[in-house]
Design a binder for this molecule. Structure first.
Ligand code: IVH
Length: 662
């Protein structure tokens, strides 16, 4: 066989480029499916030629094995912490000291956002990523190389000339990933991470690289060191070089002529911190010139040439007036603190989630206590700690029965939450109906909390399917409903019948099946029936559907009452089939391909996925409509048929060329 080396290298280069475009620059050029197809193509080639696998190959991000524990490693130079300035005066004091120590020399500051994550050093040799070390105590950290390798915004190979160099930066989890992770943990009854920083730390310091990989961490660099020293005489220039090398560097940075400009930068981002996709807790100011940094030197614990301007924590102190228990869609009981209303960064807060009974115990919280509450990452504020015990405080106990329907509640082994065992619990039903009608799902305007409460309490709605039997008369008889609003709601319910299948799927409230997954399922299977009948294995053929999601889908449709619900929704006239609206673009757009025989490197599934990712369709039999047949070893009747019909026959190599060229 021909030498696969150049093809492998070419694929790696393409993949590295696309990773950089996607994870670092946030400007992808190809779809996820196309990226997956390329990765699979490379995996297939590497499987044939294991001797050509290198640790910096894009396939090797999750190759690492679980380990026994972490090895401690000494840093090339300590990772120091920074002194804080808590307000403008303190920042001006810092600037005054800098000015005095530099005795009249002109100087500039680099202002960078202070991302709230954990710092990490990454070492490179001959352009290859070789080691990552957490900050640890600043002198000695823990080696987390295999975990760091899974962070897609950390390039594994860069075009640098130094034989060895080191970058330092912040490992963070952005808000979306954080919220998704916590929602997933809620679903599974696991304890939540308190904030994105803890989640990032908990994800990097795990023994299983697969876990880190699933957590979608990001790595923003802010130092470039050669032999433990800054690579350039200007910090700003180091940052620019990091960008050129392909590292992620926060775009929100500024070279400031003086402290006033720096303060303006601080104020600008303080007002807009909510708009950022990640949490920040302030701004870091560094004197730009490295010779000047040397002159300013260090105190015992921090550099004199840099400072952290810290934003006030978004916290407040208030009293817990009561603790109420809510029952969610899955039956989970969630204790919620009712607070004396208080303002945190412009928002009045009167409730905070307490998550579960373990959390209340951990906090040592009782009703009547003064507490510190915080808004961070999560939209819902949380109680951080008890500030002062109330004079007539009352302990809180989770109820032994569902506060809504009185059924038994159980706490399964390994679960943090107690759940109501009654599948028809009105509270669960209310949440299900609200989810069903919500924006982005079935979008039924006017079907809000007040109405749903009445419908469920009066037993008019006993299942979401009952919504489609509602009449104007029934609704008009309810409180706060006139003829007109009743007509509107009934109209909106009727209109919801035309929502496409992915929305219907989302509306069912299957664990882990949100909007995006629902689209992929609909794309892959085309109808509700086919999704219901699919095995867990088949479901995983859909994009982004892994074992966990597949299992949840199978479990859902195994339940007889869920099947009944789906049946009634079908009778109600909802959309159960799906025609893809995605333009099938790509080099094989509109082509129908038939595969036969054993291909030299690609499995059937891989070849199919690649053809589909390129916009083509794979059919199982040859006809006049077949665009071409790809034949491997031991091809049988399909090949003969193609030759009879004069349909073009390609080898795997030729297919790979077509995938590139069309
Ligand atoms: S420079 C010697 N730059 O804040 C200077 N730190 O207290 C050391 N951080 O441990 C840090 N963003 O985890 C620097 N742009 C940034 C930063 C940053 C976040 C964190 C880092 C460090 C802590 C400083």
């Amino acid at each position: 066989m021909r030498n696969p080396g150049p093809e492998i290298e070419n694929l790696r280069q393409q993949l590295r480029r696309h990773e950089h475009l996607y994870y670092v620059l946030d400007t992808p050029e190809i779809s996820d499916a196309e990226y997956d197809a390329l990765i699979r193509q490379l995996q297939a080639l590497e499987a044939q030629h294991p001797e050509l696998i290198t640790p910096d190959s894009p396939t090797q991000r999750v190759g690492g094995k679980p380990r026994e524990g972490f090895v401690k490693v000494r840093h090339s130079a300590p990772l120091l912490s920074l002194d804080n300035a808590l307000n403008e005066d303190e920042l001006r004091d810092f600037d005054r000291r800098v000015r005095e120590l530099l005795a009249g020399e002109p100087y500039r500051y680099v202002a960078e956002l202070k991302l709230d994550g954990l710092s990490m050093a990454a070492h490179f040799e001959r352009g290859q990523f070789v080691q990552a070390i957490t900050r640890g105590d600043g002198e000695v950290g823990e080696e987390v190389t295999e975990n760091a390798r899974t962070i897609k915004s950390l390039p594994l190979r860069v075009p640098a000339d130094w034989p060895r160099f080191e970058v330092r930066g912040e490992t963070v989890m952005n808000r979306r990933a954080f919220e998704r992770l916590n929602a997933e943990r809620d679903e599974r009854g696991l304890s939540r991470f308190a904030n994105p920083r803890n989640a990032a730390a908990g994800s990097l310091r795990v023994l299983e690289p697969q876990i880190t990989a699933s957590r979608r961490l990001d790595y923003y660099t802010y130092f470039l060191l050669v032999e433990g020293q800054p690579a350039f005489d200007s910090h700003w220039e180091s940052l620019e070089e990091l960008v050129r090398l392909g590292f992620k560097v926060n775009a929100q940075r500024k070279l400031c002529a003086d402290v006033d400009e720096a303060l303006a930068f601080c104020a600008h981002w303080e007002a807009r911190r909510e708009e950022l996709p990640y949490e920040i807790d302030g701004v870091v100011l560094k004197v730009d010139s490295v010779p000047q940094q040397r002159k300013l030197a260090f105190t015992a614990k921090a550099p004199r040439w840099a400072i952290a301007y810290k934003y006030p924590a978004r916290q407040a102190v208030t009293t817990v007036e009561n603790i109420e228990v809510q029952v969610g869609r899955t039956g989970a009981l969630t204790p919620v603190a009712h607070l004396k209303p208080v303002e945190i960064s412009g928002v009045t807060v009167s409730r905070a989630t307490l998550h579960n009974e373990d959390e209340i115990e951990r906090l040592g919280l009782q009703i009547g206590d003064a507490v510190v509450i915080e808004r961070s990452g999560d939209v819902i504020p949380k109680v951080v700690r008890v500030k002062e015990q109330g004079g007539s405080r009352k302990p809180f106990h989770m109820p032994a029965a569902c506060p809504v329907c009185g059924s038994r509640v159980v706490r399964e082994e390994g679960e943090a939450a107690r759940r109501c065992v009654n599948a028809n619990c009105p509270a669960r039903l209310k949440e299900s109906v609200l989810h069903f009608s919500s924006r982005g799902v079935m979008n039924i305007d006017g079907l809000g909390e007040v109405l749903v409460d009445q419908l469920v309490d009066r037993k008019i709605v006993k299942s979401v399917a009952d919504l489609y039997d509602l009449t104007v008369e029934t609704l008009a008889n309810l409180e706060r409903m006139g003829e007109k609003s009743a007509t509107n709601v009934v109209d909106n319910i009727r209109k919801s019948q035309s929502n496409p299948l992915p929305r219907v799927l989302t509306a069912l409230g299957i664990r882990f099946v949100g909007e995006r997954t629902a689209v992929f399922l609909a794309e892959a299977f085309g109808s509700m029936e086919r999704i219901m009948e699919a095995t867990a294995e088949e479901l995983q053929e859909a994009e982004e559907v892994g074992p966990k999601v597949a299992e949840a889908v199978v479990d859902f449709f195994r339940e007889p009452h869920n099947r009944d619900l789906v049946d009634r929704l079908r009778q109600a006239g909802l959309q159960f089939t799906y025609r893809s609206t995605r333009p099938k673009a790509g080099p094989l757009k509109g082509r129908t391909v038939v595969l036969t025989g054993t291909l030299p490197t690609l499995s059937r599934e891989d070849a199919k996925k690649m053809i589909e990712a390129a916009g083509g369709k794979v059919a199982s039999s040859v006809s006049k409509k077949t665009s071409f047949v790809v034949a491997g070893a031991d091809a049988g009747s399909k090949l003969t048929k193609a030759q009879e019909l004069g349909v073009e026959v390609l080898t795997e190599d030729q297919l790979l060329d077509r995938l590139k060229l069309g």
